[in-house]
Each structure stands twice: as structure tokens, then as C-alpha cells.
Write a protein that binds this ligand. Structure first.
Ligand code: ADP
Ligand code: GLC
Length: 494
């Protein structure tokens, strides 16, 4: 696929972007969004980025015109693995697919089975993804196309930098991006050698994490460079508690650790051209937002009140996202009066608590448990205020979606939330930079106080319009982030 000539460099930089999920084919959270948008943005700035993904059955069914590129048969404990090439529907980004039906051709999600349990062979499934990434980046790879950089994402690709470190001959440089340090891919030590690493790598100065093999630590220890998805999170993970046991390693590697904020894929998240909305709108035609509010109220069984403020949340229902805090203050929020619209799925106990709360307040709290892309757009567009009281948030995409949908967010000052939302104060309202409401201490009291600040601003229509327009005018383009990644790649090749 030709790259735009205006940005073509003397020698085009080749990047293999290895990822376990990619929107719109397979997505459980923000990593899917990033993998769907960053590689095409990199291509737009002159990088020859190609994406390596597992051939999950859902992905295989959705991708047309797959071509066999290579057969790989030398990987111990595996049969023949096929490498296919295709183009991403929509963006056209080149895809390399690891086709190995024993691992990937099954119902359920990429990481969990239909009952929400980890697939028991995840070490093999993502060990293979990592091994193919490393093979493609090494001299022994089966393709003529040889990447300069293997760019890994999260624990599922974390073994690749370690494998490449031990591979002989010329090889690609490696980058690993941490999207979430809370998931590390921890497995028994016997897999170190079975997954192709030397036994000597199993030490504190290597892939060992408290007596186990950690895929993520392997990546963080051996990658030439580490990035994470916001500067504040890059600083937070060098200490307790957000370093999740890896703070020492991350602090020691801080000269090779960069925070780059994610962007927004405007192809998919644009209120003036969003196919999921009953009515589109823009900063200049904000009246259209109201029809989405009514549609959302109807969809979630809320009272159809145009003037009662509607607070929305779209989230994985986990400890990370602070859903427990929403539960704690929900009855006080709706007494304001206000309504709540919640969409999410995750921890069964927290889901039950949400269901119980919604049953107690029919017409005031609307809840949908499940993963529903169309509804997620409607919550962003139809709510007046967006809630994101995350305990920690590496970047967070929903707060950015909400800002460009004219739905100012209330966020905890952590990670990417702190880096992307500007708190409304008299000064920031005056200079036009305010975009939402930020609170520092993660307590129900401080969260509630921030929600009340948002509600009182909402009642002042002029202030509110200003806030909405500030957020809608922010530049969250992926091009900015892609240029920062390109700058990181460049440092590794000089
Ligand atoms: P995380 O990756 O930690 O879950 P992000 O804010 O980066 O958080 O990204 C979450 C992405 O997943 C967003 O695109 C969001 O809209 C989407 N999402 C989360 N939960 C749901 C859900 N239940 N239904 C539809 N989309 C969801
Ligand atoms: C993770 C993080 C989230 C981030 C996303 C994409 O899932 O929890 O904050 O936005 O990855 O980088």
C-alpha cells in the first residue's frame, strides 16, 4: 500500500504493531480502539506500520480476501502455523494474521470464555502471538518484509522483546506500550523454556516476578523502550501503589519510559457524523443533542424529562473504574434531582450491586449490563455530564469522547484523566480552557462535591454552553500521538 509521498522519508521506517485486539473487529476496551487507530495514523505520517493479530474466529469471519503468506512449522509443541495477510476493513491498514485454529478458533472473547473465566491456555495463545512477532522481527523470519521496530502492547505481546533479545543475528528494536499495568500475564515458571526462553532468563534480572513468569515484566525488562499512554501515568507507575510491584524496574528504566496520550478516532467518534445517533449535532448546532437525551432516556427506561440533568457512564465494571463510588453516592445524586445512565460489564459482584441499585430507583437510574457499541455512543451523546471516577486510569478514552460530544466529564485526577481534562475554575472558565470537573481525593465526599459543582454549572446555561464548546473544540487527533511515537522509534534507530 503506497504511503503519502509528502511525508515519505528517505528510507521508510517499518513497524510491526503486535496487539491482541483491534477495533472494530475485536475489542474489550481502549486497547482495541488504539490498535484500530494508531497504525493508520502512523501510516499517515510516513511509517510503514503493519498490525499482527491472532486469527480469532470472529476476526477471520469479518476480514475478506485473506492471502497465505507463509507456513511456519518449526515452533516446538506446535503444529503448522499459517501467517495470512489482509487489509483492515475501513482503514485498509495491512494486517498479518496468526492463523492457528487450536488456539483462536473458539467462541467467547479474546481472553475469557463465555462464562468469564480466563482461557486456561492463555500462556500458549499469547506466547504464540509473541513468538511470531519476535520471528518476524528477527533474521530468521519467514517474510521479505522485515520491521525495524516491533511495537508490542500489554502483557499479551510481552514475551516478544525477551525472545528478540536472545535471538541471534540482526534484529528489530523493540518498544512495549503499557495500556494497563494491572494485568501482567503471570504463569508458572515451567513455561519459561517451553515458550522458547533460556532458563537463565528466569531471574529478577529477567522475566521472573516473585517466583512466576510475568509476560509483562519480560517486555518491560527487555524492550529497548517503554511507552505508556499518558505522562502522568508514566510518573505514577514508578511508585506505589500504581506500579503494581514493578515500580522499581520502571523507575530504573525511566530514561527509556515515555508517556504519550492516546488520540480519538474521529472516523468513529464524531457527533456530527455518528451513525449510532438518532440525531447528529455539532458545537454550532448543539440543540440536536437533546433528541439523543430523549432517546437514551427511552432506551434505558428513564423518565422522559428534558430538564433533569442526566449523568452517564460507560465502563468496564471493575475496581479500577471506581464503580463502587458511583454506587455509594447514587441515591444522593438522583435526589438533586438528576438521572443516571450506566452501561458496562465486568465483575459479577459489582454488576449485581448495580442491578440492585437500578431496581431500587426505577425511572431514575437506567442500567444496561453488556457490551453494546451503539449504546455506548448514545450514552456519550445523550448524557449531560459524564462520570469517570477511576482509581487509576492509564489514559482513558471515554472522557475524551465525552468532551468532543459536548458532555463535560467529572473525573478523578489520575493518569490520563489528569492530563486531558481541565478543571472548571473561575480562571479556566474565563480563559476558555475549562472542559470538565476534576477532583483530587478519591472519596465519596469529594466525588459528590465535584458532581455538585458540575450540576450547578449545568444550571447556568451560558457557562454550560461555554464548557461544552471548549471540550468540543479540543484537538485530540491521533496524528499528534503518531508523531510522538515516530520520534520514539527514531531514537532507537540512530
Ligand atoms: P479501558 O480500556 O480501561 O476499558 P478506555 O476509556 O480507554 O478504558 O476505553 C474503553 C473503551 O471501551 C471505550 O471505547 C468505551 O466506549 C468502550 N466500552 C467500555 N465498556 C463498554 C460497554 N459495556 N459497551 C460498549 N463499549 C464499551
Ligand atoms: C487501558 C487503560 C485505559 C487506556 C486504554 C488504551 O485499558 O485502562 O486507560 O485508555 O488501555 O490505551
Amino acid at each position: 500500500m503506497p504511503l503519502p509521498s509528502k511525508t515519505r522519508r528517505k528510507k521508510t521506517l517499518k513497524v510491526l504493531f503486535a496487539t491482541p485486539e483491534i477495533h472494530p473487529l475485536v475489542k474489550t476496551g481502549g486497547l482495541g480502539d488504539v490498535s484500530g487507530a494508531l497504525p493508520p495514523a502512523l501510516r499517515h505520517v510516513g511509517v510503514d506500520a503493519r498490525v499482527l493479530v491472532p486469527g480469532y474466529s470472529k476476526l477471520m469471519a469479518a476480514v475478506p480476501k485473506k492471502r497465505l503468506l507463509a507456513r511456519m512449522s518449526g515452533i516446538p509443541e506446535h503444529g503448522e502455523i499459517r501467517l495470512l495477510s489482509a487489509a483492515m476493513p475501513g482503514s485498509g491498514t495491512p494486517l498479518l494474521i496468526v492463523d492457528y485454529p487450536p488456539y483462536y478458533d473458539r467462541p467467547g472473547g479474546p481472553y475469557l470464555d463465555a462464562r468469564g473465566r480466563d482461557w486456561p491456555d492463555n500462556m500458549w495463545r499469547f506466547g504464540l502471538l509473541s513468538r511470531v512477532a519476535a520471528l518476524l522481527g528477527s533474521g530468521g523470519g519467514p517474510l521479505a518484509w522485515r520491521p525495524d521496530i516491533v511495537h508490542c502492547n500489554d502483557w499479551q505481546t510481552g514475551l516478544a522483546p525477551a525472545l528478540l533479545h536472545f535471538a541471534p543475528g540482526p534484529k528489530a528494536a523493540t518498544v512495549i506500550t503499557i495500556h494497563n499495568l494491572a494485568y501482567q500475564g503471570i504463569f508458572p515458571p515451567e513455561y519459561v523454556t517451553r515458550l522458547g526462553l533460556p532458563a537463565s532468563s528466569f531471574s529478577m534480572e529477567g522475566v521472573e516476578y516473585y517466583g512466576s513468569l510475568s509476560f509483562l515484566k519480560a517486555g518491560l525488562f527487555y524492550a529497548d523502550h517503554i511507552t505508556t499512554v499518558s505522562p502522568t501515568y508514566a510518573a505514577e507507575i514508578q511508585g506505589e501503589p500504581l506500579g503494581f510491584g514493578l515500580q522499581g524496574l520502571l523507575a530504573a528504566r525511566k530514561a527509556h519510559l515515555t508517556g504519550i496520550v492516546n488520540g480519538v478516532d474521529l472516523e468513529h467518534w464524531n457527533p456530527s457524523a455518528d451513525p449510532f445517533l438518532p440525531k447528529t449535532y455539532s458545537a454550532h448546532r448543539l440543540a440536536g443533542k437533546q433528541a439523543n437525551k430523549l432517546a437514551l432516556q427511552r432506551r434505558l427506561g428513564l423518565e422522559g424529562s428534558p430538564d433533569v440533568p442526566l449523568l452517564g457512564m460507560v465502563s468496564r465494571i471493575t475496581d479500577q473504574k471506581g464503580v463502587d463510588l458511583v454506587l455509594q453516592i447514587a441515591s444522593r445524586i438522583i435526589a438533586e434531582p438528576a438521572q443516571l445512565a450506566l452501561l458496562g460489564t465486568g465483575d459479577p459482584a459489582l454488576e449485581q450491586a448495580c442491578l440492585k441499585l437500578a431496581r431500587r430507583h426505577p425511572g431514575r437510574i437506567g442500567l444496561h449490563i453488556g457490551f453494546d457499541e451503539g449504546l455506548s455512543h448514545l450514552v456519550e451523546a445523550g448524557s449531560d455530564i459524564f462520570l469517570m471516577p477511576s482509581r487509576f486510569e492509564p489514559c482513558g478514552l471515554n472522557q475524551m469522547y465525552s468532551m468532543i460530544y459536548g458532555t463535560p466529564p467529572v473525573v478523578h485526577a489520575t493518569g490520563g484523566l489528569a492530563d486531558t481534562v481541565v478543571d472548571a475554575t473561575p480562571a479556566t472558565l474565563k480563559d476558555g480552557s475549562a472542559t470538565g470537573f476534576v477532583f483530587d481525593r478519591l472519596t465519596p465526599q469529594d466525588f459528590l462535591a465535584a458532581v455538585r459543582r458540575a450540576l450547578s454549572a449545568y444550571r447556568d446555561k451560558k457557562t454550560w454552553r461555554g464548557l461544552q464548546r471548549n471540550g468540543m473544540g479540543r484537538d485530540f487527533s491521533w496524528e499528534r500521538s503518531a508523531l510522538e511515537y515516530r520520534a520514539v522509534y527514531d531514537t532507537l534507530l540512530t
